[in-house]
Design a protein around this ligand. Structure first.
Ligand SMILES: [Zn+2]
Length: 326
């Protein structure tokens, strides 16, 4: 049981959002966007013109995040949901929070007329990695830059730690037995090694725990436990760093602090999303389940994010040096 059992539709720090056409996934994401005060700070620098089209996502996101802070506003997210439904997202459908997170950020990139502000939002979330494929025959290396809005971490059956998942992400893989890579030097497919190297980490780091797995045409969910800390040091990325990558990679000893957890409850076919969030100026945690909001403790967050089918799915961390008050 959660120790605090008060159910409220509104708390001063966190605004509950009613479930409209199975919008729990978007609601949970909006709670995390609302707790990302840096995002609203950027959107607030933008003065949209009157000619902005009705389905403009950055405009509706800005209005929604402002309305979530306005006690008198009856339904802060209705216009945002309507504009999302005018894009590729369907009503009354089970959504994938990582996919919707990407759709929203990509629509901001596409639709934000102020390109400088679009770039600021990209930089807020963008993780840069480099794929390195080395030919085992001639030792030549092909390097491919990749940019990600969330760090996709595979998880194992049984127990995992965030650190073990990060280590696996950067682990060297052998491309053999039908997976050989085409080597430009040898001009044919050769056994190779594949490795990801970290180039840079953003101020806001979204970690995607890959719980949904395709198994012979069916999607199944892994309810495996993943333990994670409220604060971690960038030393956990040491395995993914390379001296060969020209980078502004994280300095040793920098810290990230957890401020939002998107939770998936249920199975791959039928589920529900909720969010634990810690608003920026406040050290307290809250649990938001659509329109119900209640204060919780850090121990509740840990306990309820790997209980049965109630599992942490997205973790949002903030770089501590990014803003000293965080
Ligand atoms: Zn080669």
């Amino acid at each position: 049981m959660l120790r605090v059992n008060r159910e409220l539709t509104y708390l001063e720090e966190v605004r509950g959002l009613f479930n409209d056409s199975l919008s729990c996934c978007v609601n949970a994401l909006l709670q995390s966007f609302s707790a990302t005060t840096e995002l609203l700070d950027i959107l607030n620098k933008w003065n949209p013109s009157d000619r902005i089209e009705r389905s403009n996502i950055p405009l509706h996101l800005k209005n929604t995040l402002l309305a979530m802070r306005d006690v008198s506003h009856p339904d802060p997210h209705v216009d945002f949901l309507d504009s999302l439904y005018r894009h590729t997202i369907r009503r009354y459908t089970q959504q994938d929070a990582d996919e919707i997170f990407h759709i929203i950020l990509n629509l901001i990139q596409k639709q934000m007329p102020d390109r400088c502000l679009a770039q600021e939002i990209r930089s807020l979330y963008e993780i840069k990695v480099e794929t390195q494929v080395k030919c085992s025959h001639c030792a030549s290396v092909q390097r491919m830059p990749t940019s990600l809005f969330s760090l996709p971490l595979a998880i194992c059956e049984g127990g995992n730690t965030l650190e073990s998942c990060i280590n696996s992400f950067f682990q060297l893989q052998n491309l053999v037995d039908g997976e050989e890579w085409f080597c430009d030097q040898c001009e044919k497919k050769q056994p190779s090694t594949h490795e990801l190297k970290l180039v840079s980490l953003p101020p806001i780091l979204c970690v995607h725990l890959k719980r949904f797995r395709n198994d012979r045409g069916f999607t199944r969910k892994l309810n495996s436990k993943v333990t994670f800390l409220e604060t971690f040091s960038t030393d956990v990325f040491a395995a993914g760093q390379s001296e060969n990558v020209a980078n502004d990679s994280p300095r040793a000893g920098e810290h990230y602090s957890l401020y939002a957890v998107i939770v998936h409850i249920g199975s791959a076919m039928s589920g529900h999303y909720t969010a634990y969030i810690r608003p920026f100026q406040d050290q307290a945690w809250y649990y938001a389940d659509d329109n119900h909001v209640q204060p919780v403790t850090w121990s509740d967050v840990q306990q309820y994010t790997y209980k049965g089918s109630s599992t942490a799915y997205l973790l949002l961390y903030r770089k501590k040096s990014w803003n000293s008050s965080g």
